[in-house]
Design a protein around this ligand. Sequence first.
Ligand SMILES: [Zn+2]
Length: 712
Amino acid sequence: MRYRSLLLAGIVPIALAGQSLAAPTCTIPGTEAACGDRIVAEPLQSTAYHQFDGPVESVEKSLTAMAALAPDFVTVKPLDEWTGNAEHTSFDGLPIWVVRITDGSVDQADKAQVAASLSVHGLESAGREGGLRYVEDLARWAADDPEHLMYSGDTAVPFSEVMKKTETWIAFTNSDGWAAGDLDSGHAGFNRGNGNGDGALPLLQGGKDLNRDFATVGWFDRTGGRGLAESEPEIAGWATLVRSFPNLKTSTDIHGEITTPNDAFSDLIIPAGEWDPKRQDQVDQLSRNMIKTVERKFVEDGVVLDEVFGPLPEDGATPRQPANVAAAYDIVGYDDSGFMGDWFSQTQDSVHMDVENFLSNLAPNNAYIPLVAQAHVAAVRGNIEATIVEALITDDVVPSADYGRVGYVDDPTRTSSDPAVDDGVPGTGSEVAPGEAQVPYDVSRLDYYGELTEAFGADIEAVQADALATTDLSSFDTLVVTDMDGVPAGSSLSEADYLAALDRFATKGGQLVLTDRAVRLAAGLGAVDAAALTVNRTDAGHVDFLEPLGDHPYEEGLIGKPSQTFYEVMLGYPSRGRTPNYGVERGAWEAAGGTTVATVGDQDASTSPNTALGTMPRGAGQITIFGAILPQAIEKLVLDDGTEIETPHPHGLASYAVTITGGQVLDNVFSFRGVGRTTAETVPDQTGPGKSAANRGNGRSKGAERPTRTAG
Ligand SMILES: [Zn+2]
């Protein structure tokens, strides 16, 4: 997906004439010895990438030979045969090869489906190179080694058991972009898109980008020649097939990159979703298990990164660990609409992981580097295997958290596609394009609080604004104002009385949390000067944690290079530097006695000068600001100069789009215990053992200590 830096592009030429015209492959039974006892030789025994359809080998022949090893387990057909729709070929009319792997003797009704898309960007060959070898692995285990252990993290399940319970679909989703790089094609190399418009500049980036063609929730980019969702036959077919799966559990979409900000060979990217805490933890578990499984495959395949990249510069350009994970903004620095992984996550109820494998993009394109290819294959074996085995264990995830008692200031206003609902913008706020139908929505950011209660019994209650002035709130540890910078709709309170009530809550020992636009209330409360309020507009909602990560309780449980806290696209924001990130100028915040946990700055700026996550003592309690976590979805976008930007959202809007990082930080913030709380049963024994068991997640929380604790 990423090609932000072309640092390495210059060093590797496109494959030259004279290179062998085959991988090689040994598809005729009895000849496998020439390929190291494989149908498709391991990369170190190969001299070229596997050809889509070359003079001496083709994907059809290789996959067909693999299926013949284990016909009761492996079925190979082109997509149009699976869907029964003859239009589901590539744009250029090539077959899209899809493999189904399962124990055919067990009824499908008892199985979980697993889906893997390989090299949907045709020049990112890692997915299909690894996928081809892994399909052969599975076929050989079926034939010769049914008790072979398959792994997701530390969970090992024999192949035979996995096959009884899962049905895995592996798709080679971009035949045109693959065939463009065949050594006898006459084309300059593999192509990113399909054949629809290939030949347009820039070279090798032409054709339609199939990974912008999915019907994702929220802002949907129609500019730059992008069509409606599923306008390309490859994606129309693949989406049709996936929608037919009765019990899809897990999925992956495997890409390639040129640089790795996360210092990993296999950069796992968390997709976007409207996730409750359980789903956050499921995706989190998949990522952690996939990291371990890639590490395992590196060992099994003898891949050592120092050997692979020894000749390359050591100044940060090359990965230092087999795999790591982060959100899209953290890794590639941008978000977008139409991603396959987001579609899986948002619309197919799948626990999904995207993958960017290193040095599998414009460079080296179809120039063959055996050591790198072997690492790609090992990584992809791990990517796919973890996705399959995870399908058996993902439902067992149980989220937990250790919240104090939380009240949130209610807001009755919801954002609706129904014109009869007065949400400030009549109708949807955006026109649908010809051929589109508006998916209805009725959303509120406050719905997230209900999910927290449902997920782990968090003690969270809505508090009506009017009640703030008259009700004893001293049983709450935390009171949160969520993306509101004025008196809530429908309240009869004056602004002064409203602010006084909020202030009273903090000064008497509670934690007043101000999120998103509500950060601006810090000025009304007199905590900082209004001139110190900031808003930075970037692609994603995010915060930049101060180094070292983990030295503040609000950072507990975070891993990798976490930054993104919500998915703006699902909330209607164009991923074009438009998402508001609220904060307070850091110097002013700290001069007023505040502590900074994380900052925020402008998109691509080298500085991050504003406090986005921080605390400030307030009487016996504290004020906490969190400038980017739960903004209300938008139906249109008006810039400061009054310009309106079109924000079509034909596939609906989300109520909330909290990332795993955002969810973890919010958990940490809500674990606050206030002083002088009045309801005994909400202040459990604070000295006894077992607190770690209450920490939420599967390894997300590192320790048993509560982040912020004062005597109750
Ligand atoms: Zn890609």
